[in-house]
Design a protein around this ligand. Structure first.
Ligand SMILES: N[C@@H](CCC(=O)N[C@@H](CS)C(=O)NCC(=O)O)C(=O)O
Length: 218
């Protein structure tokens, strides 16, 4: 039995998708961000970074969402959500997961916590505007990758797709929504019909209508 310390539509969402996709026994433990529970003494014992998520597996806490995703993929290889050792797509899997987490997610963190990146309150709107542009650049690169690929790595769904779907949800309110990029938008619409995405999003009260109602431009 795994325990996933989560908050709806936070970085716990990608691990949550994987736990569900792999049909694993897991318990969801809410870390109430509204009361700053991620900084509580008890939670810091599990995750000294004071961030969401944490996965507890066999009494061992693991933090950092991509590390949790890799760990789950390696522990349950029968679900083939990560290419096996020796598969030429394996380094490409790491490449995209690293890009999603270290570039797109990192830029989103600055966008959503701009006050942590300036000591001058009056510059916050500028930080946000600059971040929207940097995020649009990353989405454009991903859009190009999806022009000829059904999924991020090619023809098969992997954990990278679940990770990207999570980040795309966070990008929806930005000045350039992921739906402004045609190949990315069509891909997100396809993913929004996957059972795991529907079930987990319903559980976390995440609205999938923007993706489902997307109409491809003629
Ligand atoms: N690199 C970490 C980032 C986790 C992260 O920043 N989580 C956010 C929620 S999406 C959080 O805990 N924010 C609360 C805070 O920073 O106090 C990961 O991917 O797990």
């Amino acid at each position: 039995m795994y325990q996933l310390y989560y908050y709806p539509n936070n970085a716990s969402l990608a691990p949550h998708f994987l736990l569900h996709h792999m049909n694993l026994a897991y318990e969801l433990v809410l870390v109430d961000k509204k009361t700053n529970a991620q900084k509580s003494a008890d939670y810091l014992k599990l995750n000294p970074a004071g961030r969401i998520p944490t996965l507890v597996a066999n009494n061992q806490p693991i933090f950092e969402s991509p590390a949790i995703c890799i760990y789950l993929c390696e522990s349950h290889p029968e679900y083939a959500l990560m290419p096996a050792v020796g598969d030429p797509l394996r380094p490409i899997f790491f490449q995209w997961l690293a890009y999603l987490n270290n570039t797109l997610q990192a830029e989103l963190m600055v966008r959503y916590y701009p006050h942590r990146h300036t000591n001058d309150e009056s510059t916050i709107t500028h930080v946000v505007a600059a971040q929207d542009e940097r995020i649009a650049d990353a989405l454009s690169l991903i859009n190009a990758q999806l022009e000829h690929n059904q999924y991020l790595l090619g023809s098969d769904l992997t954990a990278c797709d679940y990770f990207l779907f999570m980040l795309a949800l966070w990008c929806l309110p930005l000045s350039q929504s992921p739906l402004a990029f045609v190949h990315l938008a069509a891909y997100l619409q396809r993913l929004s019909h996957i059972d795991t995405i529907n079930i987990v999003c319903e559980l976390e009260c995440i609205d999938l209508t923007p993706f489902k109602s997307y109409i491809e431009p003629i």
